[in-house]
Design a protein around this ligand. Structure first.
Ligand code: CP
Length: 350
């Protein structure tokens, strides 16, 4: 069946997709009208490890810069010519690795990569600190994904080039959360302006475990920065304590209203945004969480609500939602390219 479908598709010509195809970028997101380089000045030549390093102005400004890149037909300049990205992904990745590498290539840079730490001195007992010392001489920036959440902290000690956290164990995934915010701003541009009337504030349903999932942890930090636009976050989870030490208090002190509730179908009808994730990568494998929670086209979703998912997906997100207006998860993944382009170009100062 699939084979037949594919064989008939081979007869069709593949039209190259324009970067900007189908994009109607809200004006509030256009970097050209809101650009304030000073906001991003202190990201230049800095390492990015946690969402906590940002504030709402920086998140907003990076998203405006991303919008500028997304609406451009092509980059006409190659400012990274001669610059080398060290791409170190010691854990599986489809989106994060490919989007970072794609961005670097599109901006004219070169890449050297490690996909398996056992092919490096780490297999011989070399410390992260020493590996980082060597990287200073081989590249201009490092992007690291490692299931060892402390690796990035150890490397920063001896790095004299920036490093970007592409997911460190169960700790954080700040660039994924930037992509989540970019999707939210494209959907509701008024969220970025800080001028959201009471009746336009949004309810966000998060199906996941903030204490175990790096994507959820980083996203909640960013949502807290925009808490004036949020009625509440409904955390759908059946764990007794889904938070890590001090996490809930920190988010609430930052202004985020949260409640935990175990029944998904009670949360969906009032939720404007439904964010779902079902796995946490731990060591060499993954933990599944909330396998009883699934979204499909028959779920009691609010009209006009959107679904976000960091992907990769499993059974928790049915493919029958792909062709509905609730599907913002593919746009979210696409936008991650431009958010990472905005971030890398800001770090590399051009
Ligand atoms: N969202 C995300 O981190 O996806 P990958 O694991 O494919 O990079």
């Amino acid at each position: 069946m699939v084979k037949q479908k594919v064989l008939s598709k081979l007869k069709e010509r593949i039209e190259p997709e324009s970067w900007a195809e189908g994009i109607e970028m809200p004006l509030e997101l256009m970097g050209a009208t809101h650009e304030d380089p000073a906001v991003l000045a202190d990201i230049a030549y800095r390492s990015i490890i946690t969402a906590r390093q940002f504030d709402r102005d920086k998140v907003a400004q990076l998203c405006r810069l991303a919008a500028k890149y997304e609406t451009a037909q092509q980059t006409s300049q190659f400012p990274l010519t001669g610059k080398i990205l060290i791409s170190a992904f010691y854990e599986p990745s489809t989106r994060t690795r490919l989007s970072f590498e794609s961005v670097w290539h599109r901006l004219g840079g070169d890449i050297i990569s490690i996909t398996d730490p056992s092919t490096t001195g780490i297999a011989k007992g070399e410390s992260y600190k020493d590996v980082a010392e060597m990287m200073n001489h081989y590249g201009d920036i490092v992007v690291l994904r490692d299931s060892n959440e402390n690796a990035i902290f150890e490397m920063v000690e001896s790095l004299r080039i920036p490093i970007v956290n592409a997911g460190n164990g169960t700790d954080e995934h700040p660039t994924q959360a930037l992509a989540d915010m970019y999707a939210l701003f494209k959907w509701r541009p008024e969220l970025i302006t800080g001028d959201v009337p009471e009746d336009k504030k949004i309810t966000v349903c998060v199906i996941g475990v903030p204490g175990r999932m790096r994507t959820v942890r980083s996203l909640l930090y960013f949502l807290a920065m925009f808490s004036d636009a949020i009625n509440e976050v409904i955390l759908v989870c059946n764990m007794k304590n889904p938070f890590s030490d001090g996490q809930q208090k920190e988010l609430e002190q930052a202004g985020l209203k949260m409640r935990v509730q175990p029944f998904l179908d009670d949360a969906l009808p009032s939720s404007d945004v439904v964010y779902i994730n079902a796995i946490a990568w731990v060591g060499d494998s993954y933990e599944a969480h909330g396998t009883e929670y699934t979204l499909n086209a028959s779920s009691p979703l609010k009209e006009g609500s959107i679904i976000l998912h960091p992907l990769a997906r499993g059974d928790e997100l049915s493919t029958d939602l792909d062709d509905t207006d609730h599907n913002w998860y593919f746009a979210q993944a696409r936008g991650a390219v431009y958010v990472r382009m905005a971030l890398l170009s800001t770090i590399m100062r051009f």
